[in-house]
Design a binder for this molecule. Structure first.
Ligand SMILES: Cc1cc2nc3c(=O)[nH]c(=O)nc-3n(C[C@H](O)[C@H](O)[C@H](O)COP(=O)(O)OP(=O)(O)OC[C@H]3O[C@@H](n4cnc5c(N)ncnc54)[C@H](O)[C@@H]3O)c2cc1C
Length: 466
């Protein structure tokens, strides 16, 4: 006997699940949305929103600290009030959660929100543990898995016993760490590293790779690493944590195997940012026959349907690049497949824009130079230093470069923008790519002076010389 039946059961209130619940409800379907933690998933609660909110405070601290480079001398005592920084973040999250809660139910009468852990007991049947003693069984015509990921913790002797921090836990630490050690030089490690450096921590970033952000072109990785080093962040690369211990005084002590032999690093806080793992291990998938890959990510087709008809997986849980905008686009793929007539969207062929919110920031779209070389794609490249852009000279933000690749047909293949407003400039190039514009069509555009985008004039001019 089931406690609930519905047309659509959505497991996980992530970036795809919430809009999908609303779209299906508006189409007249009965929807149950199950969430075991806070509504809004990782983006809202422990991903993009809190990190970028804290980053804004760290950026302001940096601006105050470096104000004299622009002739401003702040008077009075300068301090980072960490409890106030965190309270500002928490207030924003509380407001956003409330508005999400209101927008789901009761606004949509077809949506029921249940809180508890969901696990399959059959292909279209799920048990929800609402309290310790109360569990409900839901039978649904269609099921949508949007359960996301959690921090993956490497197996390092001693690590589990030390009480290390994940990216989620560090968001609530009320003091500025004296010395923050970060295991992992991916984009999350870099963003946290610069953020806490700017709050006033000593920061050491450790990674097994030869360089940070391993998937990017070498010049991109070097530019970001150099900029962070100039702010005083220490990088220890090609280093593998061999053991972790905690001293009686609470200090973390890491033994690292490096190219130069064993090295010891000590710090007051330890952040583990070495990747993510899918939330599929507690989902009862074995009762469904749903296929996963060797890491536990759910396998889907281009419409995001699993091998079990009527069961879909959306967002980070099906593997591939993990970004909020991709999860949201997964919602569009499934919505159009189920509710709209006309051409189907595909989750397999779509642009992949992304940003790293360091300073200088990175905005990426399309092919990197390394990918173009590896795939033997014919390309020309225009690369200009940010310092020659008029705007950079006025603001004093001169670090970074813009690199744009075009193909033999003069259309843009990809770009790496390192510098201020990197995401905005990258998005302009993304729009040009979507419109399949040749660079000559952009070359003689009248661009307002002195906006950052004026740099594009220089990019095209350099390209025309090649
Ligand atoms: C520190 C950090 C910073 C990030 N910054 C950015 C950024 O700047 N830009 C960007 O695009 N992306 C960023 N991301 C990635 C982004 O947050 C995710 O890609 C995005 O939220 C997609 O999530 P999702 O829709 O797959 O599911 P999620 O948002 O992860 O939601 C999954 C939900 O499912 C729930 N759940 C899991 N299992 C069950 C179960 N069995 N029963 C019930 N509920 C369950 C979870 O509690 C969670 O609420 C960041 C991530 C992190 C960790």
């Amino acid at each position: 006997m089931s406690d609930y039946t519905c047309d659509a059961l959505i497991i996980g209130s992530g970036q795809a699940g919430n809009p999908l619940a609303k779209a299906l409800a508006e189409a007249g379907r009965t929807v149950i949305l199950v969430e075991e933690a806070q509504l809004g998933g990782s983006c809202l609660n422990y991903g993009c929103v809190p990190t970028k909110t804290l980053l804004a405070s760290a950026t302001r601290a940096h601006e105050v600290r470096t104000a004299d480079t622009l002739g401003i001398r702040p008077s009075g005592e300068f301090a980072v009030d960490m409890p106030a920084v965190i309270a500002r973040k928490d207030a924003l999250l509380a407001k956003s959660r409330q508005s999400l809660r209101d927008s789901l139910a009761p606004e949509h009468q077809n949506i029921t929100v249940l809180h508890g852990h969901a696990a399959f007991t059959g292909p279209k049947q799920v048990q929800v543990q609402e309290t310790k003693t109360r569990a409900s069984i839901i039978v649904a015509k269609q099921v949508f898995i949007n359960t996301g990921t959690r921090a993956a913790v490497p197996e390092v002797p001693g690590l589990a016993e030390t009480g290390f921090l994940t990216t989620t836990e560090l968001l609530d630490v009320q003091e500025v760490p004296a010395h923050l050690i970060i295991l992992g030089g991916g984009y999350i490690g870099l963003e946290y590293g610069q953020m806490y450096r700017r709050f006033g921590s000593q920061v050491t970033i450790i990674d097994t790779g030869e360089q940070v952000l391993e998937r990017e072109d070498d010049d991109v990785c070097q530019a970001l690493q150099e900029a962070l080093e100039q702010e005083g962040i220490e990088f220890i690369l090609q280093a593998k944590a061999q053991s972790v211990a905690r001293t009686a005084g609470g200090q973390y002590s890491l033994a690292l195997a490096t190219q130069q032999g064993t090295r010891h690093v000590h710090g007051s806080h330890l952040l583990v940012a070495t990747g993510r793992q899918p939330n599929t291990d507690q989902l009862g998938l074995e009762t469904t026959g749903i296929k996963t890959d060797e890491k536990g990510y759910i396998q889907v087709n281009s419409q995001l349907e699993t091998n079990v008809k009527g069961v879909f997986a959306l967002g980070d849980v099906h593997g591939g690049p993990q970004f909020t905008h991709l999860s949201y686009d997964d919602f569009r793929v499934v919505r159009d497949y189920l509710l709209h007539q006309g051409p189907r969207r595909s989750a397999k062929q779509r642009p992949l824009p992304y940003c790293v919110f360091t300073d200088p920031a990175l905005g990426r779209i399309g092919l990197s130079e390394t990918q173009a070389k590896d795939q033997k794609i014919d390309y020309r490249v225009s690369k200009i230093p940010v310092r020659i852009i008029s705007r950079a000279q006025q603001t004093g933000e001169s670090a970074g470069f813009w690199k744009v690749l075009v193909g033999p047909d003069d259309r843009i293949l990809g770009a790496a923008i390192v510098g201020p407003e990197a995401g905005e400039i990258m998005t302009m190039l993304q729009i040009a790519m979507a419109g399949r514009l040749r660079y000559q069509q952009l070359q003689n555009m009248v661009i307002a002076h002195p906006v950052w985008a004026e740099g594009l004039n220089v990019v095209w001019r350099e390209l025309a010389k090649k």
